[in-house]
Design a protein around this ligand. Sequence first.
Ligand code: 4NP
Length: 156
Amino acid sequence: MIRVTFVCLGNICRSPMAELLFKNMVKERGLASSFEITSGGTFDYEEGSPFYSPAKETLRAHGVEGEHTARKVTMDDVAKSDYLLVMDENNFRDLTEFAGDAGKGKIFMLLSFASRGGAVADPWYTRDFEKAYSDIEEGCRCFLDFIINSKERSER
Ligand code: 4NP
């Protein structure tokens, strides 16, 4: 089992998009039973809020449906996760500080798995939900390829 937690600031835009999209991706590849996938925010001010409509609608336009209720990431998530995938440098800093030693070696920028690297800019501020979607899609696809390739290597 590979446990993945996607993390952004509010858990109403980027990380729920990533959670639902990645769940869909692993299902399409027949790998759903190998993964436990969740998401959370580094801050709690959106706790209990629904999936932000423009983010939800952008995902829907790309064929992925789903609901989400925002929550803050917990130390239990940190302990259980193999990969904590953050969207930008602020998330990286905040989560690294929150997780302390328990987060060592588990926190990665989502786009670090895409060769170009970089951050998924926050559409809450940029209002560019399509760009956020395409960055998240690229990051999730490259992360899944990385997992599949490392599994193949370990079985050789
Ligand atoms: P997210 O976007 O981190 O992608 O969920 C944000 C949501 C809410 C706020 C900021 C970013 N906010 O300031 O309330």
